[in-house]
Design a protein around this ligand. Structure first.
Ligand code: GUN
Ligand code: ZN
Length: 457
């Protein structure tokens, strides 16, 4: 007899990487040639095991056979900018010049809510096409644009955390706000969106360089009143930026302290980049449980520097991957994983050698943990939401040929990171809802906004 609520059994060749391979000595990933995953009507994995056993305990549940591809947990992007979809690919500039010439003029255009709604559609489609099911998205400086983003994420069923970006100095005037206004708009946005379906709110000062102590204090007030909100910003990305922040905040110990002083760093906090940290800063991040979004293609494209994964791991700082669109070169978290592998390899003794299992962990479970969603998503353990992608390359492509000739699961996973792109991400599920099928992205029926629900749902 079918167990109550078990809607379907997925049959797949499946990889996942729940255990942190940087701190544990076991295998870096799990692979099952014929895995069964029973998934309830509300999208929760209720049983995992050999397909024959799972199917036998759910004889009335339909089976969906995915063995033509490889099933992976949905990818997690811990740092991606909503308003920068259209500026991906501008090369040759360091951070501050790139902001001034590329990113900020585009961000000003989101003052138009119509424009913002179109870009929100492009962002959500880009994430799904890349297989990203969970994301921490740097929002817009304009509250109606952030509404448009949340609405679009809800329409497509994405698991997304985002918020109003706030700044009160240095940036072009249209992007500036005041501590009072930023507080009121953030609280209003959080009231409307935080905890609704799969959406959550993130308090988001752009970076200390464009934030006064007053606006950082206002951010702390928002965090205090919005239960379960996250925090995100940038830190230690570029040497000129770091020097400017040191001049602006002479009374702080270091860049990380500009945020920590206001109590902004905690377990659901993600700071992007951290390419140039001091040991003292790493210690603070570790003590607060704050994660770092490692954005390999952005760090290379802007020439920001060489990220020391080794020092972060040694200090006990959690690290996950971010695309950093639009400084990063696209939405693909596979590409970020590959670029991380390259850079760590090139760093020689200063690098941390990464194998395919490390890349899968960084792309999935590490991201979920960084966002405080480790109990919800990131791998295929019972109790987790069925957030998944099926990698099924078109016949005759290099990835198709490579996978057919892979000598081991490790080799196959390496080929996925080396070769997979959007065209290979055939199917995408979030919380059991299929949001892309055969490569086509489609909306899910948005849940009725019947009051606040749990952020995990
Ligand atoms: N620091 C402040 N704003 C930004 C941004 O938009 N992108 C990157 N990479 N760094 C930033
Ligand atoms: Zn960024």
């Amino acid at each position: 007899m079918t167990r109550p609520g078990v809607g379907v059994v997925y049959r797949a060749r499946a990889f996942d990487a729940p255990d942190d391979p940087f701190t544990t000595s076991g295998p870096a990933f799990r692979y099952d040639d014929d895995l069964g995953l029973a998934v309830s009507d509300d999208g929760v994995i209720t049983e995992r095991g050999p397909f024959a056993a799972v199917a036998a305990s759910h004889p009335d549940a339909p089976t969906i056979d995915l063995r033509a591809g490889l099933l992976l947990p949905g990818l997690v992007d811990t740092h991606v900018h909503f308003p920068q979809v259209r500026v991906i690919g501008a090369l040759g500039m360091p951070l501050l010049e790139w902001l001034e010439r590329c990113a900020l003029p585009e961000e000003e255009r989101l003052a138009s809510t119509t424009y913002a709604a179109t870009v929100a559609g492009e962002l959500v489609a880009g994430l799904i096409a890349a297989g990203t099911t969970t994301s921490l998205v740097f929002g817009s400086h304009f509250a109606p644009a952030v509404d448009a983003l949340f609405a679009e994420a809800e329409r497509f069923g994405l698991r997304m955390t985002s918020g109003l970006v706030v700044s009160d100095r240095v940036l072009p005037e249209p992007l500036l706000t005041t501590p009072e206004r930023s507080h009121d708009e953030a609280v209003r946005l959080a009231k409307d969106w935080h905890g609704r379906g799969r959406l959550r709110y993130a308090v988001t000062p752009r970076f200390a360089l464009s934030a006064s102590d007053d606006i950082l204090a206002a951010c702390a007030d928002v965090l205090a009143v919005v239960d379960g909100a996250c925090f995100t910003s940038h830190v230690n990305e570029n040497n000129a930026e770091v020097a400017t922040v040191a001049d602006q905040f002479p009374h702080r110990d270091h860049y990380v302290d500009t945020y920590d002083h206001h109590g902004l760093l905690g377990g659901c906090s993600v700071l992007a980049h951290n390419v140039h940290p001091t040991d003292a800063e790493l210690d603070v991040l570790a003590a607060r449980g704050t994660a770092v979004a490692y954005c390999p293609t952005s760090n290379a494209a802007l020439g920001s520097g060489m990220f020391s994964l080794r020092r972060h791991v040694a200090a006990g700082v959690r690290v996950a991957l971010g695309s950093d669109v639009g400084a990063g070169t696209g939405f693909s978290i596979f590409k970020e994983g590959l670029q991380a592998y390259f850079l760590q390899h090139l760093l020689g003794a200063d690098g941390l050698p990464l194998a395919a299992g490390h890349l899968l962990h960084l792309s999935t479970a590490a991201g979920a943990a960084a966002l405080g969603l480790g109990d919800v998503t990131g791998d295929f353990s019972p109790g987790k939401q069925f957030d998944a992608i099926c990698v099924r390359p078109p016949v005759g492509t290099s990835l198709d040929i490579g996978l057919r000739h892979a000598g081991s699961p490790e080799e196959a996973l390496g080929k996925v990171f080396a070769l997979a792109g959007d065209a290979d991400v055939a199917d995408v599920w979030v919380g059991g809802d299929q949001v892309a099928s055969g490569g086509f992205v489609r909306p899910v029926i948005p849940p009725a906004p019947a009051g606040r629900r749990t952020p995990a749902g």
